[in-house]
Design a protein around this ligand. Structure first.
Ligand SMILES: [Mg+2]
Length: 215
């Protein structure tokens, strides 16, 4: 089997949701209502993030300064990354969050060497922050994360997906081996819909699962 590991960033690799944290600090207006719209299936993950970011009033530097001391990482991500590298298993971070925040932390942890990122692209101009996402290969996909799972599966890959949020549900539902952070919204959604995901608190179990299947 050819494995690919897809992993969400906010709330999954990072213990906090960095986008949410930044919105709490710097957004003006009712950005939280869009979380409800997303939860009710009224808007897509992409629409939700685009809309929320438009409420953000802060520079890149302000955002990174605020996050630097606030972000901790879920244990054993580095070990998973090393294992994937040694075994030529692509490790892809699929995130609807802030690309420059992810890049900043991956570089500072020296993790850029073993991950690929699949994210939206933020830009800041006089009108404020905006976000563009990778276009869907399959127009029927719920969002770009699920689209990536589908595309990899069409290529015959076996997909492991790890996440925590509403936005991860569609991808998890179609992944071969879904993992959800214990106690997360995703874990609850999977349980409610009968998706057999494994609940985890750190990345050790994911690595162990890969090891067992590689034997
Ligand atoms: Mg998340």
């Amino acid at each position: 089997m050819e494995f690919v590991v897809l992993c969400d960033f906010d709330g999954t690799i990072a213990m906090i949701d960095t986008a949410e944290f930044v919105l709490h600090k710097f957004a003006h207006g009712d950005w939280q209502i869009y979380d409800e719209y997303l939860e009710n299936g009224e808007i897509t993950l992409e629409e939700c993030m685009k809309k929320q970011l438009s409420f953000l009033r802060a520079s890149k530097k302000q955002i990174l300064d605020e996050l630097k001391d606030a972000v901790r990482f879920r244990p054993n991500f580095e070990e998973l990354g090393e294992y994937c590298t040694q075994n030529r298993i692509p490790l892809i971070i699929a995130s609807a969050g802030l690309d420059f925040v992810i890049k900043y932390f991956l570089d500072s942890m020296n993790w850029s060497r073993f991950v690929i990122t699949y994210t939206g692209k933020t830009s800041l101009d006089t009108a404020g922050w905006s976000l563009t996402f990778p276009s869907l290969l399959d127009k029927e996909s719920a969002n770009f994360k699920q689209d990536l799972v589908r595309s990899l599966k069409r290529q015959g890959k076996t997909v492991i997906f790890i996440g925590d949020g509403n936005g991860d549900y569609a991808a998890s539902a179609e992944a071969d081996y879904p993992f959800a952070i214990k106690g997360s919204k995703l874990a609850r959604l999977c349980k409610n819909h009968g998706i057999p995901c494994v609940e985890i608190e750190d990345f050790k179990v994911v690595e162990q699962t890969l090891r067992n299947m590689m034997m």
